[in-house]
Write a protein that binds this ligand. Structure first.
Ligand code: G6P
Length: 447
């Protein structure tokens, strides 16, 4: 091992950080990280200190020589970094709660990634990511950007379309969660299961499923379709079961997020009920976070607490650290990530971001060609890609009409008028994080 690596994690005060630290500890023998810099903004200082102290105890207990640095100075953290990971949330969970609640008033699912909520999360996040990339060009031009910040597909699309940063990978735990779920249904270890993933972030399908190299797609679909079984799902998305004949007819594995599109009425009813009772997902997570940070404060805690697995992002450290290790070690193994399509999925523009199985090399992910997506799912995937592209354009330009088009073409939004009402209310609610929409010309300001 020649050089020890420097990783900078932006949004280091996140409750998910112990996941990442655990992943780095587990892989220290193959991924020699010398320094992990956890960066946050002043509002996140307290969380950064709590989670940073836990990270220090974790590496100490594990006996690995990873130095943990805590800072509010992003530029210092980026200087000379080999990998930059981004896991921040502009406006925090309060902003997410608004993304979820405001659309519900109009009878629309908010959804913090692909729905109207996802549009606003993108509008708030993309300018910050572009700013980080400007700093990276200056301070660590050779570093890889590994983005977990949602909406990860839209963010990756924006980076590929509006910057020169080629070393970018968008990462999500949905594919690994699906693989774990299928393994559980089959009663086998996850490393015996392989899934051919293709689509977009939170819009990914398992086209074929293999157990020990033998295709078992039909069997898995039968298992998931069975009314008494719980399908492949995640902690943050309610599992209402699927119409068995729909799933068998579709004959590919949907991801948990497809419930929003194929079960819109039931998911909306469920979300309206939750909003009245236990709260939206953001509000539930706010409570969970409080509990997590109370645990993190315990000076005797020096491992990732199991309670973290109540969050939707379970296994993300495995996905992230395997990816970083495969790039560093030129492993050439196969992992599903968000990257430039380059023709791998025929029905999506070659320059766009897709989530697809890739061979992970030292030069980054090389997408594996799948040809066209099955006709039954192709249209929805293309529609979401259009939504992501228009939303990314709105985030960069701050153009109202572009944002309205993005909102209206989202499949969860029923009409242009409702789209406009939601857009106006959400722009106002998130004003402080959306300066690009509220720029005043000098002439107008002086009036
Ligand atoms: C899933 C998604 C992540 C998302 C998370 C939300 O795992 O893949 O992109 O951030 O759920 O989980 P939460 O516990 O915050 O609702």
């Amino acid at each position: 091992m020649d050089k020890r690596l420097k990783i900078a994690t932006i949004g280091g005060g996140s409750s998910y950080t112990p996941e990442l630290v655990e992943g780095l500890i587990k892989r220290y023998h193959e991924l020699p990280v010398g320094e992990l810099w956890l960066v946050d903004i002043p509002e996140g200082k307290e969380k950064l200190e709590i989670v940073g102290a836990l990270a220090k105890r974790m590496v100490e207990k594990a006996g690995v020589p990873i130095e943990i640095h805590l800072t509010l100075d992003r530029r210092r953290a980026l200087e000379g970094a080999d990998f930059v990971t981004t896991q921040f949330r502009v406006g925090g969970l309060e902003a997410r709660a608004k993304d979820e609640r405001i659309p519900l008033k109009y009878g629309v699912i908010g959804q913090e990634t692909n729905g109207p909520g996802g549009l606003f999360k993108g509008l708030r996040t993309i300018p910050v990511i572009l700013d980080i990339i400007r700093d990276m060009e200056e301070l660590c031009p050779d570093a890889w950007l590994i983005n977990f910040t949602n909406p990860a597909g839209m963010v990756t699309e924006a980076v590929l379309r509006y910057t020169k940063q080629e070393k970018v990978v968008g990462l999500c735990n949905v594919p690994i969660g699906m693989r774990m779920g299928v393994a559980k249904l089959l009663g086998v270890d996850a490393d015996r299961v392989h899934i051919d993933f293709a689509g977009l972030n939170h819009m990914v399908f398992g086209l074929h499923v293999y157990l020990d190299g033998v295709e078992v797609t039909d069997k898995v679909i039968d298992l998931i379709a069975h009314p008494d079984r719980s399908g492949v799902t995640m902690k943050n998305i309610v599992d209402l079961g699927w119409e068995p004949d729909f799933l068998k007819g579709l004959n590919v594995l949907p991801c948990p997020y497809h419930r929003y599109y194929y079960q819109t009425d039931k998911m909306l009813a469920e979300e309206l009920e939750a909003a009245k009772t236990k709260g939206t997902r953001a509000e539930v997570v706010q409570q969970l976070e409080k509990e997590l940070f109370e645990l993190y404060k315990d000076p005797n805690l020096a491992i990732k607490p199991p309670q973290l697995e109540k969050r939707g992002g379970a296994y993300y450290s495995d996905a992230a650290c395997s990816l970083i290790s495969s790039i560093y070690n030129d492993k050439r193994d196969i992992q599903p990530v968000n990257t430039r399509n380059n023709g791998a999925i025929a029905s999506i523009p070659p320059e766009s971001a897709v989530e697809v199985n890739c061979v992970i090399t030292k030069d980054g992910p090389k997408p594996i060609a799948v040809g066209d997506l099955p006709v039954a799912v192709r249209g929805l995937v293309q529609q979401i890609k259009s939504f992501e592209r228009v939303a990314a354009e709105a985030a960069v330009t701050g153009d109202y009409q572009t944002a309205l088009v993005a909102m209206t073409i989202n499949p969860l939004v029923p009409s242009d008028t409702i789209a406009k009402q939601m857009l106006d209310e959400m722009l106002e609610a998130h004003k402080e994080y959306l300066p690009q929409f509220f720029k005043q010309t000098k002439a107008a300001a002086g009036r």
